[in-house]
Design a protein around this ligand. Sequence first.
Ligand SMILES: NC(=O)c1ccc[n+]([C@@H]2O[C@H](COP(=O)([O-])OP(=O)(O)OC[C@H]3O[C@@H](n4cnc5c(N)ncnc54)[C@H](O)[C@@H]3O)[C@@H](O)[C@H]2O)c1
Ligand SMILES: O=P(O)(O)OC[C@@H](O)[C@@H](O)[C@H](O)[C@H](O)CO
Length: 392
Amino acid sequence: MNKQINILQFGEGNFLRGFIDWGINNLQDENNAIAVASPIKSNFIIDLLKKQNGKYSVLIEGLENGKEVQRLDVVNVLKECLNAYTDFSRLIEIAESEELKVILSNTTEAGIAYDETDRYERVPEGTFPAKLTVLLHKRFLKNSLPVEIIPCELIDKNGATLRKVILQYAKLWNLEPEFSSFVQKCHFYNTLVDRIVPGYPKEQADEVNRKLDFEDNLIVKAEPFAFMGIEGVDQTLDNAGNLAIEYILPFSKLGLGAIYTDNLTPYRERKVHLLNAPHTAMSMLGLPNGKETVLEMVVEEPFASKIKTLMLEEIAPKIDLPKEELEIFANQVLDRFKNPFNRHELASIALNEQSKYEVRLLPIIQRYLENGEKVPAVLSEVAEIAKKRWEV
Ligand SMILES: NC(=O)c1ccc[n+]([C@@H]2O[C@H](COP(=O)([O-])OP(=O)(O)OC[C@H]3O[C@@H](n4cnc5c(N)ncnc54)[C@H](O)[C@@H]3O)[C@@H](O)[C@H]2O)c1
Ligand SMILES: O=P(O)(O)OC[C@@H](O)[C@@H](O)[C@H](O)[C@H](O)CO
């Protein structure tokens, strides 16, 4: 574990392990060494990772262009496993070093937060952006170069938001104006990530472990599909349409379906409302009726017809993108929901269901109401459930 760390990652969750880390592993480039830090106190995953020397496997199963895909990859790019509370001095060393080029994160939608009670001196206890502010400040004081920052949280304008919160902390703590200029020089990218990663496949664990030469308690199950939209903030694309990051970490070669764009909004609109929204509708409609998985909801009636109607006839007409494009996207998503190899639990989708309803389904309902139109059947049904449960 003595590699020179060039990538620092906040978040040890299933998604980053089954997506970006898996992608960086695909490069098989010995120069890439990631230090992964848990931003929260829990050491559960970090301890398991340490026991496995940072190694774990990703089991990808599903259909791709109508063909069955099954692959098991051992990911071996996590070279240091840390906890941001207890290993903060090591994080400072990494942040100060010239080798560090990229900072990745996925700290859930709750992670990019500002708390004015956070203190510079007690920062390991603060939010993720508070910790990152201190780390960037230490880097600035060492005169090391600005870094590339790639948040993967599923919030709109994640990169710009993270930078804004860091600048708020700089102001709160009266840090030098030159530090704020340094933060402006770091590239913060807005991203949109998409891959269904249901996590640890309990029922397949023994079978997977028989194929490995180590005991893996951190297997990540994922679908074959992957998409990553990367939007530059204050940056010009080069002639090939690439952003600076491509020369530092070639996202286009990671197998994540990466695209560079100057406008992520349409990608976000269709993903949030035609993938995440039906997921949330499935948990709201299915769980009270004894359904357990996404697959049940898209193959069993009456739910299958409801979900299809919801996506194609109720949500798609309220998204401002070409109809044919939306139909193709919605049908691809339906195929992904029908992946027979993924046991995607409605119970896990239902975590923080109210806030998901408010971001994913409610805006579509409001688009009907704002036009004085009648809210169609399936949206009405979920709106009724929401009213009864949360009075929204
Ligand atoms: N699993 C998927 O299919 C998928 C796909 C695309 C995007 N995502 C997004 O990625 C996020 C994480 O998903 P996951 O499957 O990795 O979940 P997970 O539970 O496996 O991991 C959650 C991660 O967030 C960190 N975290 C949790 N609360 C935090 C907080 N308050 N501050 C800082 N860090 C915090 C944890 O330490 C952990 O690293 C979700 O919010 C989801 O929206 C998930
Ligand atoms: O991850 P959550 O809990 O925010 O939402 C549940 C799912 O909708 C989500 O994980 C999707 O599978 C994912 O966003 C696909 O890219």
